[in-house]
Write a protein that binds this ligand. Structure first.
Ligand SMILES: COc1ccc(C(=O)/C=[SH]/C[C@H](NC(=O)CC[C@H](N)C(=O)O)C(=O)NCC(=O)O)cc1OC
Length: 264
């Protein structure tokens, strides 16, 4: 059986696996199944996950199910010999793991920033997010000051972080956020921009992310419905390409289904 990964639309955690497969030149080795999270979870999928709802999960068949995207990445790297991506040297592998150990708080700071609708908290949330970028800037500056990526090429750490850089396009769109100029951010910006330009990360577009993630920007995630709405911005139809760009005034109001182009 070809292993399957079940994931939500434009899921960043699933995308990191797609990126790894692209780097290894084996994009067809796993079948990706997108789940409509605006509907109750399918009973068969719930049985597969033994009741947990977080996605992605990877089904190897014969009752073998892998949860957590970082664990799935390790499995893919170890199960498929093609073009190893993780660093082979133990010291370099420790540096890789060190950077990856901070991805969770980094990602959470960006999501909490975009989901916030209390203007009194905006500055603190922006600063908390920038602090994570300063940490990345300092670590990249320590381990590879003159380089672009953490090591000599786009690798596992970049596969882990880049889907989040792409989701953070919603911070640019809804919060007018970008990294400040200056030595506290320049090394991290060089890394981010090179990651975003890499051919292995082009699975989703800025437009798709901005449109599907609108509900996060008004504080509602994972396919739940904001007040006054009949359909989630994560709905499969109408297709996001047919929908208008969402309004940016997330603090003042919640756009209705018609304005978001969600009416059937
Ligand atoms: C407010 O913070 C966040 C909001 C959304 C997301 C996101 O991209 C969800 S992607 C979809 C989400 N999956 C996850 O969060 C998986 C995270 C898991 N640690 C992994 O790495 O696989 C999910 O399945 N939700 C449905 C459910 O749990 O029933 C991330 C955030 O922070 C990391």
């Amino acid at each position: 059986m070809v292993p399957r990964i079940y994931h939500i639309p434009v899921c960043p955690f699933s995308q990191r696996v797609e990126i790894l497969l692209a780097l290894k030149g084996i994009s067809d080795a796993i079948r990706f199944e997108v789940v409509d999270i605006t509907r109750p979870r399918d009973a068969n999928l719930l049985a597969l996950s033994r009741g947990t709802t977080a996605l992605p999960i990877m089904d190897l068949g014969n009752g073998r199910v892998i949860k957590e995207s970082l664990v799935i990445l390790q499995y893919v790297e170890e199960a498929f010999d093609a073009r190893p991506v993780a660093r082979r040297d133990p010291w370099e592998r420790s540096v890789e793991r060190f950077l990856i150990s901070r991805e969770g708080p980094f990602t959470m700071s960006g999501y909490l920033f975009v989901m916030n609708r209390d203007r009194a908290r905006t500055d603190a949330l922006r600063e908390a997010h920038l602090a994570h970028w300063r940490w990345l800037n300092a670590e990249l500056g320590h381990f590879n000051p003159g380089g672009t990526f953490l090591f000599d090429d786009f690798g596992l750490v970049e596969a882990v972080y880049t889907p989040m850089f792409m989701r953070f396009w919603f911070l640019d769109y809804y919060e007018g956020f970008d990294l400040p100029e200056g030595e506290d951010y320049d090394r991290a910006r060089r890394w981010r921009d090179a990651c975003l330009a890499h051919p292995a990360v082009q699975q989703v577009s800025r437009e798709e992310i901005i449109k599907l993630y609108y509900d996060y920007a008004v504080g509602v995630g994972n396919g739940a419905l904001p007040e006054g709405r009949q359909k989630s911005s994560f709905a499969f139809s109408p297709h996001w390409r047919e929908r208008p760009w969402p309004p940016r005034d997330k603090y003042d109001r919640i756009a209705d289904d018609a304005e978001l182009g969600l009416m059937a």
